[in-house]
Design a protein. Structure first.
Ligand code: 3PG
Ligand code: MG
Length: 399
């Protein structure tokens, strides 16, 4: 796999380099247009700065959210372009379309060391199409902008999308520093995890995490489960979960996993149960086996945090994906905060996998440097741990 350093070694002065970035950042719930965590923009900055400083004409492309293949102002990258310019210390030029007349004019006018951000890739049906020819047609248009391609969008390498999978087949292609570092860390955790290996999983759905649970269960000493997905496990243990999130069709699967894990899956022993999904809702901490019928669990409780912290404390390798509760709402943030703080204290190597957990670390004001590695890719890191082939990585490896 060729790398950004190889490209820089070839010399990029005056060349047009297309960088696929993952600038899919979260926005404040009540302030559309205000970025709540710019971690993904900062993560790709070193690549953009290196290319710019070497005199390249830098074209950046990314998706944002999941628009349906047509322009949708809700998902414009314009606020990202503004933030990118601030971080670069020089305005980023923004194209109001991805491969249309504005992008073409601005790409043509780009000077050495300038950075241009194209509008959301997913405003084009070809980006995510399952049809190879449709994706290829869009990839042709993107590839026409540049004479080299750098993929630094680790968060999207698990997507077989035009900008991730088809463009590298059309241009000399190189892995950016972020992608390389992410892959190196995940390889280390997968191939030679120092024991004890503890995994903490949260997030809302068991079905999303099933494959990774199955892949990791034989390798881990403990698998701690919090977040919305814990209620399906609690149900499988025979507890009533009130109005909590429940995947009824996964209860038997969870029962089977608990059986197979022989005590290595650890569930919360108490939960914060609220009357409704709201920051103002009445909430009480109850035993995980006694969630009232008219309440829903929105966080793990303090006894669970203590139980999880004890297991985390002994870890030499730790992987965490998914918040323990609805951390965006202050009354339900303590579980995620407590677990994250326990992770910062381990005498071992910790990996925070993913969009939401990484955002939680930063929005809760935790010390980022206290973690071994904070990944920019949630789905991508999970699919790596599942042992799947990542289309974006396969495309970079192809000569
Ligand atoms: C993410 O946020 O997980 C990545 O940016 C990928 O986005 P996607 O799940 O919409 O493909
Ligand atoms: Mg995602």
């Amino acid at each position: 796999m060729k790398t950004l350093d190889d490209l820089l070694g070839e010399g990029v002065s005056g060349r047009r380099v297309l960088v696929r970035a993952d600038l899919n950042v979260p926005f404040e719930k009540n302030n559309p247009g205000v970025i709540s965590d710019d971690g993904r923009i900062r993560a790709v900055l070193p690549t953009l700065v290196a290319l710019r400083d070497a005199g390249a004409r830098v074209l950046v492309c990314s998706h944002l959210g999941r628009p349906k293949g047509a322009p949708d102002p809700k998902f414009t990258l314009a606020p990202v372009a503004a933030r990118l310019g601030e971080l670069l210390g020089a305005p980023a030029v923004f194209a109001a379309d991805t491969v249309g007349p504005d992008a073409q004019a601005k790409a043509a006018a780009l000077t050495e060391g300038q950075v241009l951000l194209l509008e959301n890739l997913r405003f084009n049906a070809g980006e995510t199409s399952k049809d190879d020819a449709e994706r290829g047609g869009f990839a042709d248009q993107l590839a026409a902008f540049a004479d080299a391609y750098v993929d630094d969008a680790f968060g999207a390498v698990h997507r077989k999308h035009a900008s991730v999978y088809d463009v590298p087949a059309r241009l000399p292609h190189y892995a950016g520093g972020l992608v390389l570092r992410e892959l190196e860390v995940l390889k280390k955790v997968t191939d030679s995890p120092e024991q004890p290996y503890v995994v903490v999983l949260g997030g809302s759905k068991v079905s999303d995490k099933l494959a990774v649970i199955q892949a990791l269960l034989p390798k881990v000493d403990k698998l701690l489960v919090g977040g919305g997905m814990c209620f399906t496990f609690l149900k499988a243990q025979g507890h009533e979960v009130g109005n909590s999130l429940l995947e009824a069709d996964m209860v038997q699967t969870c029962a089977d996993l608990l059986e197979q894990a022989k005590g290595r899956i650890v569930l919360p022993v108490d939960v914060v149960a609220a009357t409704e999904f709201s920051a103002d809702a009445d909430h009480v901490t109850v035993s995980a086996s006694q969630i009232p019928a008219d309440r829903l669990g929105l966080d793990i409780g303090p006894e669970s945090v203590a139980l999880f912290a004890e297991a985390i404390g002994g870890a030499k390798t730790l992987f965490w994906n998914g918040p323990m509760g609805v951390f965006e709402l202050a009354p339900f943030a303590a579980g995620t905060r407590g677990v994250a703080e326990a992770i910062t204290k381990i005498d071992g190597f910790s990996v925070v996998g993913g969009g939401d957990s990484a955002a939680a670390v930063r929005t809760l004001g935790l010390d980022e440097t206290a973690f071994g590695h904070i990944s920019t890719g949630g789905g991508a890191s999970l699919e790596y741990l599942e042992g799947k082939t990542l289309p974006g990585v396969a495309a970079l490896e192809a000569s």
